[in-house]
Design a protein around this ligand. Sequence first.
Ligand SMILES: NC(=O)C1=CN([C@@H]2O[C@H](COP(=O)(O)OP(=O)(O)OC[C@H]3O[C@@H](n4cnc5c(N)ncnc54)[C@H](OP(=O)(O)O)[C@@H]3O)[C@@H](O)[C@H]2O)C=CC1
Ligand SMILES: O=C(O)[C@@H]1CCC=N1
Length: 266
Amino acid sequence: MDKKIGFIGCGNMAKAMIGGLIKKDFIHSSSIYASNPSLESLDEVKSSFGVHITQNNLVIAKECDIIFLSVKPYMYEKIIAQIKDEIKENVVIVMIAAGQKINQNEKRFNRKIKIARAMPNTPAFVGEAMTAICLNDMITNEEKNELKTIFECFGKLEFIEEKLMDVVTGVSGSSPAYAYMFIEALADAAVLHGMPRKQAYIFASQSVLGAAKMVLETNMHPGELKDAVCSPGGTTIEAVASLESSGFRHAVIEAVSTCVEKSKIL
Ligand SMILES: NC(=O)C1=CN([C@@H]2O[C@H](COP(=O)(O)OP(=O)(O)OC[C@H]3O[C@@H](n4cnc5c(N)ncnc54)[C@H](OP(=O)(O)O)[C@@H]3O)[C@@H](O)[C@H]2O)C=CC1
Ligand SMILES: O=C(O)[C@@H]1CCC=N1
């Protein structure tokens, strides 16, 4: 790709995407720029991936053709005010913040601007992100394809209607955190029963990875896959019954709903 990609804000999500892009070898590190106030994460991406770093957001504004706004949602207004008169004519702005709507941010630029709203997740770092994206009508088909290629460098991508973006935050943007909690709990239980901790994380995480791949690759219903693990009168159904009596599914549904509601008000 011959375009320059910039990240304003070089925190957890930006670092995951930069890592995913570089590992895929899709774009040379000299075409990636990152800005951040503190040097710690900038030094990290420079030493790991060799990208350009700066503490000045205007360098990104002036240099880059595709700019990810990878700062917290409440900072959007301030950052857009800072960069809007310095960005290139045909720049594509990619908003990844939870809750930030396209039309609300279009107004902040005071001119027609190409905006994509995306919700990725941190498994981008290992090429396994799930990203949803929606675009405003200024983005051309060619640019749409470029964005598709960029996001597919580090995982799966689906184009969706903007009204579903808060749901996406709950089901995929934030859900790696819930999955890590599940893995941690599985491993704690294994440790409780005598397994060394390091080994417990391998057993727990490979099992979750394998189960996820089964759902994605067999197209079977998760319930059917669960049933195939539950031998009659066996061990698994004991665990399943215990999870049901602890309200496992209800707890997950409530958690995701809380997340979706929070995304709506950010
Ligand atoms: N983390 C995730 O899993 C996901 C996050 N997102 C979205 O990505 C965005 C970033 O989240 P996340 O990476 O977790 O947050 P982080 O806090 O890790 O990163 C935000 C970064 O923005 C930097 N920053 C603060 N002020 C400025 C400024 N004026 N100019 C440039 N950069 C600045 C911060 O620097 P410093 O630390 O020096 O203050 C920090 O490195 C959020 O909007 C979030 O909704 C979307 C999907 C998933
Ligand atoms: O916690 C957050 O607000 C961000 C959005 C999705 C994942 N992390």
